[in-house]
Design a binder for this molecule. Structure first.
Ligand code: ADP
Length: 404
């Protein structure tokens, strides 16, 4: 079975074609700058012998429909195509950012689902419209394939009301759906599944804290494999310190910025979402550059790392309390997978909670899954590379298998 995974943005389409017999990627690519003068398609074909063949197209790509046509041309290309007809694709799995409270699991897309995703646009005004465009175009370009939506928010729908509600007037929840939703669900779900496989224990017997540290960053607390809390909220701004986002701040801060600095709502939004986090403190949102600055003795970079890791540590502590007992902590995504110091500082001083990192293992990170806790650490500490596309393909396959 071949499954195409699609992540459609406002001016981009990312895709991976999976062969689900062995869960390998046949090809992947990204269409960028749709609607601009100079668009591009970068396509990679993964050969069985490990070689990677790269193909590129550059030129005007007027809209998403044209972008998809270019992708299909490359998929079935006579010289380097990996399939001979688009009907070989059994299903298209779409990443959809916001499923609101409507979707607790992946779902086959039909008119009612499209309507529900549309209803959730106010909750994700930057993402859901592009995801819908991707769905509509894919339905016309791959008419014989089943279309499945996999939601970033769905994994967090098991969070109980006392953890997802804000202490605001109740009507704001009832009438306007103001509550915490959480994001990165596909990543938290994927790494927790791999964690259970690695520990050779059923996921529903495990308490895990998953820590996704990319440009955006979030944590999740899983009790018996089910998410009971996560650090992002109604929007991705809440929680951990991120590349350019503040994470948690006093909610009265915008009033101060408006009253005393005469900032508009738009300026405040820009400050909190795009000018803060690591970038706001030390001038760069790229963690590698933060470390370069730190190594040269830059005090702001040192402070940025302290703030970043202290926030993670506070969340580990609060999630440990929420869970009652803890089997594993999983670090994932660009920073979580690649930065020994972030893992070390975030877990430093937690030895009495049974969290002990083996320094040598933490530093000698090799690609792939790695256990970095000491032999006597009560809590396993793991690095697990995330793979959101594979998770979307797996979820899509599960639904297709269930239909037949
Ligand atoms: P995205 O959220 O865009 O998918 P990623 O998961 O790719 O982000 O993570 C991007 C972050 O990972 C950047 O801050 C980058 O600096 C960081 N990163 C990547 N490689 C390393 C590394 N070797 N050491 C430290 N940080 C790294």
């Amino acid at each position: 079975m071949k499954i195409l995974v699609i992540n459609t943005g406002s001016s981009s389409i990312k895709y991976q074609l999976f062969n689900m017999e062995n869960q390998t990627v046949l090809c992947s690519g990204v269409v960028e700058k749709i609607g601009e003068d100079h668009g591009s398609l970068a396509h990679k074909i993964f050969k069985e012998n490990g070689d990677i063949l790269k193909k590129e197209y550059e030129g005007h790509i007027g809209d998403h429909q044209t972008g998809f046509k270019h992708i299909v041309d490359y998929l079935i290309n006579e010289e380097f195509g990996v399939i001979s007809d688009r009907s070989e694709i059994s299903a298209v799995g779409h990443r959809v950012v916001h499923g609101g409270e409507t979707f607790k699991a992946p779902t086959v897309i039909d008119e009612a689902v499209i309507e529900a995703i549309t209803r959730n646009i106010p909750l994700a005004p930057l993402h859901n419209p592009s995801n819908l465009t991707g769905i509509e175009v894919a339905m016309s370009v791959f008419p014989e394939s089943k279309q499945i939506a996999v939601f970033d928010t769905a994994f967090h729908q098991s969070i109980p009301p006392y953890a997802f509600m804000y202490a605001l007037p109740y009507d704001l929840y009832k009438n306007n759906r103001v509550r915490r939703y959480g994001f990165h669900g596909t990543s938290h779900a994927y790494v927790s599944g791999v964690c259970a496989e690695y520990l050779k224990r059923p996921l529903d017997e495990l308490n895990i804290i998953t820590i996704h540290l990319g440009n955006g960053a979030s944590m999740a607390a899983l009790k018996n494999g089910q998410c009971i809390d996560t650090s992002m909220g109604m929007t991705p701004l809440e929680g951990l310190v991120m590349g350019t986002r503040t994470g948690d701040v006093d909610p009265a801060l915008p009033f101060f910025l408006a009253d005393h600095l005469h900032m508009s709502l738009k300026e405040i939004d820009t400050i909190l979402n795009k000018e803060s986090g690591l970038k706001g403190i030390c001038g760069t949102n790229d963690m590698r550059e933060v470390f370069e600055k730190r190594d040269k003795g830059d005090k702001k970079a040192i402070l940025a790392l302290d703030i970043y890791t202290y926030r993670i540590k506070k969340y580990i502590g609060s999630y440990y309390a929420a869970l009652g007992s803890l089997d594993a902590i999983v670090f994932t995504a660009g920073i979580g997978e690649n930065s020994p110091d972030i893992r070390k500082f975030s877990c430093a001083g937690l030895e009495n909670m049974g969290i002990k990192i083996n320094e040598e293992k933490n530093n000698s990170y090799k690609k792939g899954l790695s256990e970095i806790s000491t032999a006597d650490s009560r809590v396993k500490v793991l690095i697990i590379p995330t793979n959101e596309e594979l998770r979307i393909a797996q979820e899509t396959k599960k639904i297709i298998d269930g239909l037949s």
